[in-house]
Design a binder for this molecule. Structure first.
Ligand SMILES: [Zn+2]
Length: 156
């Protein structure tokens, strides 16, 4: 997956989402002619390079959960949209959860600070936080609520 950059100072780059039609689609240029699209409304993302017939979807999808492949969406410009996964060090994770395409919802898990004992363990080398399974919450189709829960919109 390519990296996720959230820069809330650039909200003027919001446009109408080509997938869901809301006005919360965040557009960022990846080069002179192509853009990346990140929609806060539907929680999907794509870019102008991810077009059917032009992009190596097989390689890209190797890293994706089966569910994400089942519910990808092709728009009228042949761009393929996938659900967003957010993974912010020190905050948490937001992901689309479910058993099949008719049973999906957004879930979020918060990160907690490691204890001193945990910090000494090799598996937490160079880490400050870990995922806290007890904090998992479900948000239906409300992607923004899920993001808010882990503090995506907070400064720190
Ligand atoms: Zn959308």
């Amino acid at each position: 997956m390519y990296g996720l950059t959230i820069n809330l100072e650039s909200m003027d780059q919001m446009t109408i989402c080509p997938k869901c039609g809301c006005d919360g689609c965040y557009v960022t240029p990846i080069n002179e002619v192509n853009n990346n699209y990140f929609c806060w409304g539907c929680g999907y993302q794509t870019n102008d390079l991810m077009k059917e017939g032009e992009f190596d979807f097989e390689a890209y999808e190797e890293t994706l959960p089966e569910l994400y492949k089942d519910i990808k969406h092709k728009d009228d410009k042949n761009r393929v949209w996938y659900p967003i996964t957010i993974n912010l060090e020190g905050k948490g994770t937001v992901f689309l959860n479910g058993t099949n395409k008719d049973d999906i919802h957004w879930s979020a898990i918060k990160s907690v600070l490691l204890t001193e004992e945990e910090k000494a363990q090799p598996k937490y080398k160079d880490k400050t936080h870990k995922s806290d399974p007890k904090s998992m919450q479900h948000f239906g189709n409300d992607f923004i609520e899920a993001c808010d829960y882990i503090g995506v919109f907070n400064e720190n």
